[in-house]
Ligand binder design. Structure first.
Ligand SMILES: *[C@@H]1O[C@H](CO)[C@@H](O)[C@H](O)[C@H]1NC(C)=O
Ligand SMILES: *[C@@H]1O[C@H](CO)[C@@H](O)[C@H](O)[C@H]1NC(C)=O
Ligand SMILES: [Zn+2]
Length: 321
């Protein structure tokens, strides 16, 4: 009896322990899968946010400085250096020449000096032949560009693009499809200074206006020296590989760059909140200090009211004679 009872108890204990072990093993496995699923889900969301940024902001992903600014390296470095040490440098290539000349410079005139606010452009045959599928689906890149310059003329009375017909002006903007969205900054005194509107670049009017603002002399809004009053830059969240993007957040000397009187989070020239983030799904690289700032940052719909006012203040009316 005793032996039988002991044996029975032993069997029960064995069964219970086996059951417990197998249920523990099961829950461990379940947990494992759950954790792996959440890791996988997170990677998926990150990859999606990354793809979205490349689609929505094609101008950030070209090979030029900060993605889309064609500017000699030494010139950009000089503008960054001046932001640190102050004083006058040797470059000014944007809208006005007067301030520049008063500093005794010899390089850089501005559109007003040559084109009187009227900017000659030449569109390549290749750009003209691009299809609506390469534009925004319903219109070709050429139609969208023409629409954008008509819009600018309408909104900013004195900024007027006109077709280069040879020999009328020494300098002109060469509009091409190219591999990305990029532009030479300001008036470069060149026959054929670049304005490329390649894949995805004409998908949104704001992207086209952004590139044209570069041609008109503007830099990226978040690189203004006074940016820390309106936004916080989180360099620790910026990608360092495969490309180190941290220098895209360096400030440039505002004395030598055309800009609006106040920092403008809603400018079509402002980077988006998660620009070049290592985790675009959950980590920001630029945070607006106010809700108003956060709500408009990175828009590529249209000029902001301040963008328009700044262009009007710099180019007129009254239009230069
Ligand atoms: C979960 O991931 C770990 C390590 O990444 C791996 O060893 C394990 O086999 C995975 N489990 C499942 C259920 O996929
Ligand atoms: C495409 O661009 C044209 C010209 O700017 C505009 O009129 C049209 O509404 C745009 N279409 C779409 C689908 O965005
Ligand atoms: Zn840009």
């Amino acid at each position: 009896m005793n032996v039988f009872r002991t044996f029975a108890l032993f069997c029960i204990a064995l069964l219970v322990s086996q059951a417990r072990a197998s249920s523990e093993a099961l829950s461990e496995e379940e947990e494992d899968t759950e954790e792996n699923n959440s890791i996988r889900e997170r990677e998926r969301l990150k990859a999606e946010a990354d793809a979205e940024q490349r689609r929505e902001y094609p101008e950030m992903y070209g090979d030029a400085e900060q993605g889309d600014m064609i500017i000699p390296k030494e010139e950009l470095e000089e503008l960054k250096r001046l932001a640190k040490v102050g004083g006058h440098g040797k470059y000014r290539t944007s809208i006005f020449n007067s301030a520049y000349f008063s500093y005794g410079g010899t390089y850089g005139y501005g559109w007003i000096y040559y084109g009187l606010g009227r900017i000659p452009y030449y569109v390549t045959p290749d750009f003209k032949q691009r299809t609506a599928a390469e534009g925004n689906g319903s219109h070709t890149p050429y139609e969208i560009f023409m629409d954008a310059i008509a819009y600018i003329k309408n909104e900013v009375a004195c900024v007027d693009f006109f077709p280069f017909e040879g020999a009328t002006t020494p300098y002109y903007v060469l509009v091409d499809y190219g591999a990305s969205c990029q532009a030479e900054i300001g008036c470069r005194m060149k026959s054929g200074q670049k304005l490329d509107l390649g894949p995805y670049c004409t998908f949104k009017r704001g992207t086209v206006l952004h590139e044209i603002m570069h041609v008109l002399g503007f830099y990226h809004e978040h690189t203004r020296q006074d940016r820390d009053s309106e936004v916080t830059v989180h360099l620790e969240n910026v990608e360092t590989s495969p490309n180190d993007r941290r220098s895209n957040f360096d400030v440039v000397s505002t004395d030598f760059v055309d800009h609006s009187p106040v920092y403008d989070c809603g400018s079509v020239m402002h980077y988006t909140h998660n620009a070049y983030s290592t985790d675009k799904f959950s980590l920001d690289t630029i945070t607006g200090k106010t809700t108003a700032c956060r709500n408009v940052m990175g828009q590529r719909v249209d000029f902001s009211p301040i963008d328009k006012a700044t262009l009007a203040a710099k180019y007129g009316p009254p239009c230069p004679a």
